[in-house]
Write a protein that binds this ligand. Structure first.
Ligand SMILES: [Zn+2]
Length: 119
């Protein structure tokens, strides 16, 4: 997921500064519900992990509708603007940070289609 390599830029864009890094995680207050628990939110930033890009809000479960980076960006956009964002809008926005998001996205669609056609 190329977007994950831009996670610091994405955080910067949304004005998220109040976090700390471990080897595998970024941890801070949840930027979605803007809670005050300084460790409520974490996102896996370890490219070798199978959970790379997965994020969790441990206090209000903001990740319930999806805990990948695309869902996170969608929620951040909505929180910032009080509007709903479609998946397509989020992808368009994401192209600001990496030019290859659509390629990654379409390849994952192909993979899903392939899987469901096997079923
Ligand atoms: Zn939250």
């Amino acid at each position: 997921m190329k977007l994950m390599s831009k996670i610091i830029d994405i955080f910067e864009y949304f004005g998220i500064h109040d976090y700390f890094n471990t080897d595998t995680m970024i941890i801070g207050p949840c930027p979605i519900h803007e809670g005050d628990n300084s460790q409520a939110f974490n996102i896996n930033v370890d490219p070798d992990s199978e959970y790379y890009g997965a994020w969790f809000c441990n206090t209000k479960h903001c990740h319930n509708e999806g805990n990948d980076i695309i869902a996170l960006i969608g929620l951040l956009l909505s929180a910032k603007t009080n509007k709903e964002y479609s998946f397509r809008d989020v992808l368009r926005f994401s192209n600001k940070f990496t030019e290859n998001v659509n390629l990654d996205f379409s390849s994952s669609i192909v993979k899903q289609d392939t899987l469901s056609s096997i079923d």
